[in-house]
Ligand binder design. Sequence first.
Ligand code: NAD
Length: 392
Amino acid sequence: MVIQPKVRGFICTTAHPVGCAKHVQEQIDYVKAQGKVDGPKKVLVIGASTGYGLASRIAAAFASGAATLGVFFEKQASDNRTATAGWYNTAAFHRAAEEAGLYAKSINGDAFSDEIKAETIRTIKEDLGQVDLVVYSLASPRRTHPKTGESFSSVLKPIGKPFTNKTVNFHTGEVTQVSLEPATEEEIRQTVAVMGGEDWEMWIHALNEAGVLADGAITVAYSYIGPELTKAVYRDGTIGRAKDDLEATAHKLDEYLQSKGGHAYISVNKAVVTQSSSAIPVVPLYISLLFQVMKDKGLHEGCAEQMYRLFADRLYNGGETPVDERGRIRLDDWEMRDDVQEQVASLWGQVNSENVEQLTDIKGYRSEFMKLFGFGLQGVDYDADVNPVVSL
Ligand code: NAD
């Protein structure tokens, strides 16, 4: 079939297998061009099919030559539907890893469930023995608790009082005011249950109890802080509460892993265009401005650049891992630079529907968004008939 993008709001319901493969290859090429990192050897990535998890997997494999096991929730093609982007990304990753002589296997299913944890442990035992790095990079709107069966939904809302600010429809460039009502206590609780640290803790305990964590194993989960502009909806909002919980879990897990010489880290990553971040109100307009400013200053990074820096400069730099006063790795250091934030804040005051194309890098945002689904990549023939059925 000829595959066209079908965009609805912040999702695209189709994905292009050739384009996704190209997108993955671009990230692999970037990492390979940066040089080797004496890093992990056997890596489990939970949330490995898109965004930061996929980029972590690419960095582990192509900078450090690691064997990787990926866990994610994606759909394969059926009837007239394409597979999801993460499915095609993973197929492309597997091909590239195989060509490079690297072990790569993936498990598709609900990472929050006991079954998928058990299957992952079985696979590690059979194929790898143990892992020395566990990356936790899930972003999900829902979670079913494996013990109680309770289903939780996360919301992106402020806490305490309503929040009004600018936002953009990044497809049309229309800048409007968005008003968000504060979350209820129950919504806060559910968001923390989905995006907080409980599941990460369950994973690390299960892996350790099964004896599949190597001595000195590291685990890392990803957080975000961001600027004043998005504070009410992000860091001080429901998702921020979940990140507080995730960060508290890192301290608990760090202690838990101490006896085996291991560590648990939070890495605060920069804002990038992913399927998850495009769903957060206000954030796409902030990212469009941020990209403009960071590109002007030669500081622009995407997932691959960030994750390579995480491996090369932070986790596997040959010495101490530099952290902030709260023990967090800060890969948002360039995003949060005073000169960057001052410029973004000043442009924020001026931006409207008329000047958004000039003042911001909304074009870059759009193009990154389409690339998430394999569209708009150089050298891909989008008129060609392609087979949407791709096996992993
Ligand atoms: P993403 O949407 O690109 O990736 C989410 C991953 O989770 C995918 O692999 C998906 O398949 C997997 N997943 C979702 N639900 C699952 C389930 N039930 N079982 C198994 N797998 C499941 O998201 P992302 O933006 O890369 O986010 C990853 C982490 O990075 C999150 O913790 C996020 O908060 C953090 N982060 C993101 C940004 C950003 O700007 N995007 C910035 C800083 C930190």
